[in-house]
Write a protein that binds this ligand. Sequence first.
Ligand SMILES: Nc1nc2c(ncn2[C@@H]2O[C@H](COP(=O)(O)OP(=O)(O)OP(=O)(O)O)[C@@H](O)[C@H]2O)c(=O)[nH]1
Ligand SMILES: [Mg+2]
Length: 329
Amino acid sequence: MPTNLPPEAIEAERRFRAARTTADRIATLEEFLSLIPKHKGTDKLRADLRKKLAKLKSDTEVRKKGAVRQSSVFRIDREGAGQAAVIGPTNVGKSALVAALTNAAPEVADAPFTTWKPIPGMMPVENIQIQLVDTPPLDREFVEPELLDLIRRADLILLVVDLQTDPLQQLEAAVTLLEEHHIAPSHRQDRYTEEQHMTFRPLLVFVNKNDDERTDEDFEICCALLDEEWSLHPISATSGRNLERLKRLVYEQLQIIRVYSKPPGKEPDYETPFILPKGSTVDELAAKVHRDFFEGLKTARVWGSGVYDGQLVGRDHVLQDGDIVELRI
Ligand SMILES: Nc1nc2c(ncn2[C@@H]2O[C@H](COP(=O)(O)OP(=O)(O)OP(=O)(O)O)[C@@H](O)[C@H]2O)c(=O)[nH]1
Ligand SMILES: [Mg+2]
């Protein structure tokens, strides 16, 4: 413990050490943390204590939920057209990004190890919603198996790094850590053998805090130093720079199509498309609309790309994004 702490912090630390119940430990640790002066000399101490606090909180949450036979706070129900886990080292702006893009309001703070449990939010992209999940920092000293499981379950990984804090080193550290836990980006699939039992997920790398033109050069340098298999996307959660592009990229990576079903003689419902994996057929749409359509489908007509308006198609016709389909039973 550094000796240059103010007396009230030392006193709070003593109370924390004396606390016996988890609730008391959390309360006294929060108090202790709030009394430590914020400067470079205490960065490490504050980070360590925040980790400890996060662990205490997540343990109690799990225990509480366990009592009612629910799973941990790391199990986030999937909603919308797809789930993307927003991951990365501490302080890079993951929470700021999720707050900027979704209806969620995770805490954003300068201090490291702010987020201690995953927080989902819905990001509107055109007429669909994609779920983003803010996560606690991905940190070698504090690897939570549950965080890795969450990442494995997601459809897509958004790795956020910080332009102002050695982004390339952050990228490498994160990818190595994931790799050690058998998670790898889909675009690097060729590098692994079957025996390694990897889970492959599409992974996009966003370099945050590229707030305006003044930092563009730093970003260019980063890109030049990196080998070609990676592409970096500059963004700023606070200024909103390139966030529309991020949305587009996320949408494209999910490999989904939107299809509008239309009752015979009526207009399609453009508000609520059916979301299907790319390459889906009329049959798969019918199954999604209703079992009756799947079982009793007589004809299907499509308005969209690669067909003439209202063309009659077979059950195995592959649908395209934006197609309008009229199913008749
Ligand atoms: N200049 C700038 N600062 C940002 C940006 N995004 C986030 N920040 C700041 O970076 C700090 C950390 O932001 P958070 O969103 O809490 O970071 P985090 O990655 O969620 O951190 P942990 O929860 O500890 O993992 C805060 O002070 C934010 O205001 C950005 O785009 N530009
Ligand atoms: Mg956070």
